[in-house]
Write a protein that binds this ligand. Structure first.
Ligand SMILES: [Zn+2]
Length: 291
């Protein structure tokens, strides 16, 4: 499934789906029932310049606000505002010290593409068009349009291994082909607007209307939930035994389907026995005296 999800072009995705079908018709039908644009890179659009398949970013945001989320709405929003204000100010200072034009994590990603490009052989077809070959695999790269038929170049805004191979063949600078959204200038532009500092609520402007009071406080039953509410069908981290299709094994009788608490061989404990004996004796005495 992950192999199919990671395919960046249609033909590769279809091939992987056929392999899934050969293993399990049910799995194939399940996957085909989900709109591909939601789970496979082969249908991702080019505008967002994002090929992320997982929602780890939401998890990071949730872990940052998990303490604040328990607070009343205004306090919670104030906490988030202060968190962002601090983060933006720190990032603004950090980027000032950064000397290169391309951002550090992007450089690491680009290096991976450069490393992978060594297996590809470029053949020039014209000034900017190349056929890039590896065995029976071939892709067409258009450097002028910044496109590759594997779609990764357009989707990520970073040259794919085929594009890197073509750029090297054209003796051009790879950095020219990195999308402008990954540059220091773009990062600076992102963090330039300042989140303004704010006075405490005692200094806020008072209105002529009565204060809005919080609703009566009710403590709901059970422990409050802290984890982010997951979407339908979303796997939790560390799936439970029942989700994995595994059955519990009893440590008393070693049979499947129950644990030692629900074991039919379980003996009642001593205190329960004593209570039962006292109860029976009392009942017997009551009956005896009434007769
Ligand atoms: Zn490519």
């Amino acid at each position: 499934m992950w192999r199919a999800a990671k395919c960046t072009y249609l033909a590769a995705w279809e091939k992987e789906l056929m392999e899934i079908r050969a293993i399990s018709e049910g799995a194939y039908r399940h996957l085909i029932g989900i709109r591909p644009k939601y789970w496979t890179k082969s249908r991702f659009e080019f505008y967002p310049k994002c090929d992320a398949l997982v929602n780890n970013m939401c998890e990071s945001f949730n872990s940052a606000i998990v303490e604040s989320r328990e607070k009343p709405i205004l306090t919670m929003l104030e906490d988030i505002r202060v968190y962002l204000m601090k983060r933006w100010a720190e990032n603004r200072v950090l980027i000032e010290k950064y000397k290169d034009d391309i951002l550090p994590r992007i450089k690491l990603k680009l290096q991976k593409e450069i490393d992978a490009s060594r297996w590809w052989f470029p053949v020039a077809a014209g000034i900017s068009k190349f056929e890039v070959i590896r065995g029976r695999d071939k892709f067409v790269v258009d450097l002028l349009k910044k496109e590759c038929t594997c779609r990764k170049f357009q989707m990520t805004g970073l040259p794919c291994p085929h594009a890197v191979s073509a750029i090297n063949c054209a003796k051009d600078d790879i950095r020219k082909y990195v999308s402008s959204c990954y540059t220091k200038a773009a990062y600076v532009a992102c963090y330039t607007p300042m989140i303004n500092p704010c006075n405490g609520h005692t200094m806020w402007e008072r209105t002529t209307h009565p204060d809005v009071m919080p609703p009566p406080h009710r403590v709901p039953i059970g422990r409050p939930k802290k984890k982010r509410a997951r979407g339908e069908g979303e796997e939790p981290q560390g799936p439970s035994t029942s989700r994995l299709g595994l059955q519990q094994k009893c440590s008393r009788c070693l049979k499947l389907g129950h644990n030692k608490r629900g074991c039919p061989l379980r003996r009642p404990n001593v205190s329960t026995c004593l209570v039962n004996i006292v109860l029976y004796i009392t009942l017997f005495l009551m009956l005896f005296t009434s007769l």
